[in-house]
Design a binder for this molecule. Structure first.
Ligand SMILES: Nc1ncnc2c1ncn2[C@@H]1O[C@H](COP(=O)(O)OP(=O)(O)OP(=O)(O)O)[C@@H](O)[C@H]1O
Ligand SMILES: [Mg+2]
Length: 256
């Protein structure tokens, strides 16, 4: 990672929504920077605005005020997005390969180019999923892998994953942690991942950003400076347990 280059600068971003009782303030003056090639994890109380924040980063949602910039680029970066409810976000009437290629189809990319891109990522990540299968035949882990590949098909500079592991069993999660870390190592892209498991947020991230409760702002950012490459057993190390203790203290204060 080039620790010098700011990839995304988020400057005093605020967001409220209309609801039955008037307006609900969700984000208030969210301010932070993400470095190029960094793996940043977000951790925060339920419903505090985590999805809203990454939706704004990805341009799916508009903020009411504040600014998001990409100082190193003169254009919008290519962003791959993995939605919170992966089952709902896959299209059951399409098979695996058509789901993965869907963002390219939306962009009007030719069938030939779609196929080439698909072949590249399938071989790069040694995917053992039947590409012709309908997505409802897949296990949870396989379906989540399909959503991750759909995020990668656009050749992203930034990959955003909104709680990618929340609906899966523990064993599948451990396998997917390794997949995500290997994707990140190979592609050297910037990754933003929302998590509601503190162990996961520390294990995966270079830094863990804690959001306060609603209206959310960045409460504190913890350096998760464990050496890399990391192994699952590292989650039992003294350094890890120390970091977790720090993280729990921050979370307790952030949620007050
Ligand atoms: N389009 C919308 N219209 C109205 N309110 C919304 C909208 N989207 C989100 N909200 C409200 O904004 C708040 C934050 O929602 P958001 O989904 O960003 O939280 P979250 O931290 O991702 O939650 P979770 O932990 O459940 O994933 C919630 O109170 C939610 O009801
Ligand atoms: Mg959410």
């Amino acid at each position: 990672m080039d620790r010098e280059i700011v990839h995304i600068k988020v400057d005093k971003v605020s967001k409220s929504f209309k609801n039955d009782n008037g307006r609900i303030e969700v984000l208030k003056n969210v301010d932070f920077e993400i470095l190029k090639g960094e793996f940043l994890t977000f951790f925060g109380p339920n419903g505090c605005g985590k999805s809203t924040l990454v939706n704004i980063l990805a341009g799916i949602e508009q903020s009411n005020s504040g600014n998001i910039s990409f100082p190193e680029l003169n254009r919008q970066p290519r962003i791959g997005f993995v939605f919170q409810n992966y089952r709902d976000s896959l299209m059951p009437w399409l098979n695996v390969e058509k789901n993965i290629c869907f963002p390219l189809k939306l962009k009007g990319v030719s069938k030939k180019e779609q196929q080439e891109r698909l072949d590249t990522i399938v071989s790069e990540f040694e995917i053992n999923i039947d590409l012709k299968s309908k997505v409802y035949n897949l296990s949870g882990g396989q379906a989540q892998m399909v959503s991750i590949l759909r995020g990668l098909i656009v050749n992203p500079e930034i990959l955003i994953l909104d709680e990618p592991f929340s609906a899966l069993d523990y064993q599948t999660n451990l396998m997917l942690y390794e997949e995500i870390l290997s994707i990140w190592r190979k592609l050297k892209i910037t990754v933003i991942l929302i998590s509601h498991e503190i162990d996961e947020a520390i294990y995966l991230g270079d830094r863990v950003a804690f959001l306060s409760k609603k209206p959310a702002s960045i409460f504190e950012i913890l350096d998760s400076d464990l050496p890399r490459p990391r192994k699952l057993e590292d989650m039992g190390s003294k350094e890890f347990v120390n970091l977790k203790q720090k993280a729990l203290n921050i979370f307790k204060n952030a949620a007050q």
